[in-house]
Design a protein. Structure first.
Length: 262
């Protein structure tokens, strides 16, 4: 059971002593870094308990002391001149450094490739794009200011990063993206999709054994009904992961989202 599920269960059972002990063990073991989860409404009973609150505040203080900042790694296309930009967002427990190599082949297609990294820790050495959304937009705005001059923009991501890439593309700020490439897509609250600033081309690639794939049908319908062009491909036997042949599939995905929307 993950940390949030464990805490929700203890809060529901009013097991505040057990919750405090569990929180302390997680903090002492160096696992309690994803402090955004502590704002879950279901954990309100734990915040009312002095022992639980002490540990949760200690976790927040530890994160604040690290002063994490958003980061971006950039590899410009080899060709001279202003090139299109592919900006990629990592999943919920990853980094820009782990993400960039997977998308680097896009440089051979003329793209400048940039891998963005959130300021919100998921573990001591990985990051996530958790709410509040204002924090996410703040991180992306800081990243946008560090990008080189570029032409058209494609946003992309894996898992939670794919969902945020879609939301940012719909929003149109701080990147006026023409399309989004979503891999292993986590599907959040569809009712909370950002209103679209323009019609988008969206390519989604998920595994048939990925639990999130069950929600893709509804997401595709909502996006299509709003006038977006959506391509969904589901690979049998693939779980919540990049396919082994992702580099070979990347040109087709980028071609799908780079055509002019009608």
């Amino acid at each position: 059971m993950d940390t949030l599920s464990e805490l929700r269960l203890r809060a529901e059972r009013r097991d505040r002593a057990g919750a405090a002990a569990y929180l302390r063990a997680e903090l002492d073991a160096g696992r309690l870094w994803r402090v955004s989860l502590l704002s879950d409404p279901a954990l309100a009973p734990l915040w009312e308990d002095a022992a639980c609150r002490q540990v949760m505040e200690a976790a927040q203080d530890r994160v604040a002391a690290r002063a994490f900042r958003p980061e971006v790694l950039i590899e410009e296309a080899g060709e001279p001149g202003v090139r299109p930009l592919l900006l990629v967002l990592h999943g919920a427990r990853s980094t820009a450094a782990a993400t960039l190599p997977l998308w680097r082949p896009a440089r051979e297609l003329g793209y400048t490739v940039a891998a963005a990294q959130s300021s919100q820790p998921a573990t001591e050495d990985s990051f996530c794009w958790d709410p509040p959304r204002a924090r996410v937009w703040q991180d992306l705005a800081a990243i946008a200011a560090r990008l080189p001059a570029h032409g058209r923009v494609v946003l992309a991501g894996f898992s939670q990063g794919a969902w945020i890439a879609l939301q940012a593309a719909l929003r149109g700020q701080p990147f006026p993206a023409a399309g989004a490439v979503m891999i292993g897509t986590f599907v959040g609250a569809i009712a909370n999709l950002e209103p679209a600033s323009r019609r988008l081309r969206i390519a989604i690639l998920n595994g048939g054994d990925d639990a999130y794939t069950e929600s893709l049908g509804e997401l595709r319908k909502v996006l299509s009904d709003r006038g977006h062009h959506v391509m969904v491909e589901v690979l049998p036997g693939l779980g919540h992961a990049y396919p082994d042949d992702f580099a070979a599939r990347l040109p087709g995905l980028l071609k799908t989202v780079s055509r002019s929307a009608n």
